[in-house]
Design a binder for this molecule. Sequence first.
Ligand SMILES: Nc1ncnc2c1ncn2[C@@H]1O[C@H](COP(=O)(O)OP(=O)(O)OP(=O)(O)O)[C@@H](O)[C@H]1O
Ligand SMILES: [Mg+2]
Length: 332
Amino acid sequence: MEFTNVPRSDLETSLHKVTYKAIYTPSFMVYTNPKQNKKVSMYREFFGLKEKPFNVTSDPDFLFLSRVHKEALSHLTYGIKERKGFLEITGEIGAGKTTLCRALLNQLDANTKTAFILNSTLPEMQLLEAIVEDFGITVERKNKVSILKQFNNFLLEEATRGNNVVLIIDEAQNIKPGMLEEIRMLSNLETDKTKLLQIVLVGQPELKNRLASPSLKQLRQRIGVRFHITPLSRQEVPEYINHRLRVAGSNGMIHFTDDAIGSIFKYSGGIPRLINVVCDKALLSAYVMETSEISFGIVERSIREIEGVMGNEHNTGSAEKSGELESANVGS
Ligand SMILES: Nc1ncnc2c1ncn2[C@@H]1O[C@H](COP(=O)(O)OP(=O)(O)OP(=O)(O)O)[C@@H](O)[C@H]1O
Ligand SMILES: [Mg+2]
């Protein structure tokens, strides 16, 4: 079933080449061995890339504006500009929420003061402190009343300057209802005409359930914009892959066949993080096999490796062969 597009003899030749690489880079040394960098740069060099195209970090430079990501971004910019108070953005795990927030932060103008909280599991006081400090406020006294007073003064100052203030809280599904209620209180300061603070709650689908709690009725009623980020469509998957390749500096030499794309879509369900994991693995395999055509066989094998169900056929000859593939992919 696997390697359907790869002739056995080619496979053996490429695995033979792998053996040589593996001998000099044992898998258990990959993360600390200085040769790792060399290998990563060889991988990039082979494909003529300036950086790795399928990292799993939330790097906004790689943002691909799929239909839903575009819509989500316009909902966010609209909600912030129109001062809608609370905005709720949900999406499946790995759908691109954090990447989108970072892209949004890059787009907002200098008259919008922002704070971006990534660690929503902090205890109440620390979360409060983290919020105000991210706005650039130096906490004078570490007690709640004093911090809230400082924050209110900050909001008023910004309002007199005609500025907008935006707090983005990522992973908001982790925030306990009591803390969400505290956050609502932060937003209480408003003039007769306008809200001084816009709060964007970003989270996995559980956020919706959390906000459905009866104790959060007041907060729920204040949500002015809601958007759910769905996965990419089948048609968007190759566009996404090619976009990321282009940003990474590819000259179009790398080609994913249509059935390879089909396999990636089936495995990932259109979730960008899963697409990245498969594509990264597939590119590494392709590098090892010295091909720039990513076939169905390469993708299927990558998926099986990710799932940890590699059959014996891959391990024939040398344990290091698969070690090379495994470790280089994860560590690079
Ligand atoms: N629209 C997009 N354009 C480019 N890359 C994307 C896009 N959406 C997601 N990705 C990539 O997918 C990976 C996961 O994205 P991200 O971390 O933003 O997801 P998330 O929804 O915040 O995940 P989690 O639910 O785990 O917090 C990252 O590598 C990111 O760069
Ligand atoms: Mg995230």
